[in-house]
Design a protein around this ligand. Structure first.
Ligand code: RB5
Length: 147
């Protein structure tokens, strides 16, 4: 099955998103870049919502890059079925796939350098959800399913 990564950024994340799209392509991901496509100042939620909508529809994993990754994650996590995680280290990127079944990776272009960001993305894409007890916990993330 084709692997798809839906990528979005604001102006602050533009360059890093482009670098990371190349990394994902090397890992045989088809990258769908929903924008922004230029360095003009823009609003991160516009891209977070587009990527999160696509991920919520099951079209692939998501990558969102802004200055800190935080605003992107806040907007993306408003979407049902979307679990967006801001990661600044490789361990968290792997664990959030394994234990939280994260489906959107958010990275801060003003927080991590390109080399580390590439390693974070590789860790995220190569890990997979462990299920089992984690499935029960992930289900409880939805407030309507609280224990
Ligand atoms: C843009 O200056 C910055 O606020 C944005 O990229 C992001 O860091 C928001 O969370």
């Amino acid at each position: 099955m084709a692997k798809t990564l839906i990528a979005g950024s604001d102006h602050a994340g533009l360059e890093l998103k482009r670098e990371l799209s190349g990394v994902a392509a090397e890992l045989d991901y088809e990258v769908v870049d929903i924008g922004t496509h230029n360095s003009e100042s823009t609003d991160y939620p516009d891209y977070a919502h587009q990527v999160a909508s696509a991920v919520g529809r099951g079209e692939g994993l998501g990558l969102l890059v802004c200055g800190t990754g935080i605003g992107m994650s806040m907007a993306a996590n408003r979407h049902p079925g979307v679990r967006a995680a801001v990661c600044s280290d490789v361990f968290s990127a792997s664990m959030t796939r394994q234990h939280n079944d994260a489906n959107v990776l958010c990275i801060g272009a003003r927080v991590v350098g390109t080399g580390l960001a590439a390693e974070i993305l590789k860790a995220f894409l190569s890990a997979s959800f462990e299920g089992g007890r984690h499935e029960r916990r992930v289900n409880k993330i939805e407030p309507s399913n609280e224990g």
